[in-house]
Design a protein around this ligand. Sequence first.
Ligand code: FAS
Ligand code: PHB
Length: 390
Amino acid sequence: MKTQIGIIGGGPSGLLLSQLLHLQGIDTVILEKHSREYVLGRIRAGVLEHGFAALMREAQCGERMDAEGEIHDGFYIAHNGHRHRVDLKGLTGGNSVVVYGQTELTKDLYEARDRAGGVVIHNAEDVKPHDVTSGNPFLTYRDGDDVRRVDCDYIIGADGFHGVSRKSIPKESLREFERVYPFGWLGVLSRTKPVSPELIYAKHERGFALCSLRSQVLSRYYIQVPLSDTVEDWPDDEFWEELKRRLPDDVAGGLVTGPSIEKSIAPLRSFVAEPMRYGNMFLAGDAAHIVPPTGARGLNSAGSDIYYLYNALLDHYKKSDDTGLQEYSDRALSRIWKAQRFSWWMTTLLHRFPDNIPYDDRLQHTDLEYLFSSQHALASLAENYVGLPF
Ligand code: FAS
Ligand code: PHB
């Protein structure tokens, strides 16, 4: 098989790039290790920066997002029994975020690829990039007993943190930066009315909690848990009781509980691999970087990678100009590190760190006090949360 762009990974990064390039007549093939059902069964991000939403519209995949997604002009931070609202729209001159689940967005992208006759090969086993430093890179994968080959001009590693692309780069050609947090997030999805029309990030001495949503009948909640915990340690009733303990009384009193339809624990890490290019292979999304979900930057960081790659590949094929490809890694990393900083800061601000010394606890408290005493501090939070410019 021959294509222009060979993409490893059929998650949001790979699908969005494939769809954007297709609209410009650039051919792609996606190799995805799992079935579509498996990919769509993962519950992940919920908040889209306005820049990511604009990319979905440019990919002609924004219709359902605009119809079913919710525009949020602000969110709350709860601390010491009180809620403080962060007025995103007022603090950023009119910018907001869209609350629309990654599952739905991925579904929209898959359907668009289907409508366009896009080639997405599922259950592609043992995908491998080859000759990436040559002018003729190619991918191989196993289809049952057969090994198949995809020749391409460029390879995009959009295969997530545990994918093959980053791991295929020689160690001496890659620098990795990582911080692992001493806790995880236990997430629950429930068919219940959300406790609040806007998100609530709660700092509490028992640990962090987050009240989010997917729609007015589908709620998404998280609580910080020790890394040693398992989903089995948290029957629904105990989860709901612990969530209530971490929320202001007036919020806890209005919490509608119900059976969990999804429950999972995600570890928290900050990770960046540099550079995001090796020969004719480019890394994008979680394949190159991971953030703790506190700042809702995970999927959104993938968005700016795709924006830069899309425009660089357009310039290559339409104008024979490779400046964008040459500058991709530096340009992407400049914005990625700002998202890393913001996600680390939000995580450090709002979580209980078991090994904190009392001085650190005071700094956390002071950071929050300063935040709500200064419009400048709030404006800085707000401009990062709605999304820095691409
Ligand atoms: P993805 O990991 O989504 O997709 C990569 C794809 O590549 C997958 O479909 C995988 O099956 C495939 N793949 C992997 N290895 C392969 C191989 N060898 N061959 C072929 N295919 C391969 N972000 C937020 O903003 N908010 C959140 O609340 C949030 N929660 C998260 C919870 C979890 C458990 C995880 C893991 C991530 C979460 N994220 C969250 C981040 C998440 O949304 C990512 O940023 C987003 O999925 C990035 O999309 P991709 O880069 O496409 O990577
Ligand atoms: C979610 O709804 O899954 C969500 C929202 C905001 C975050 C993290 C997760 O910061």
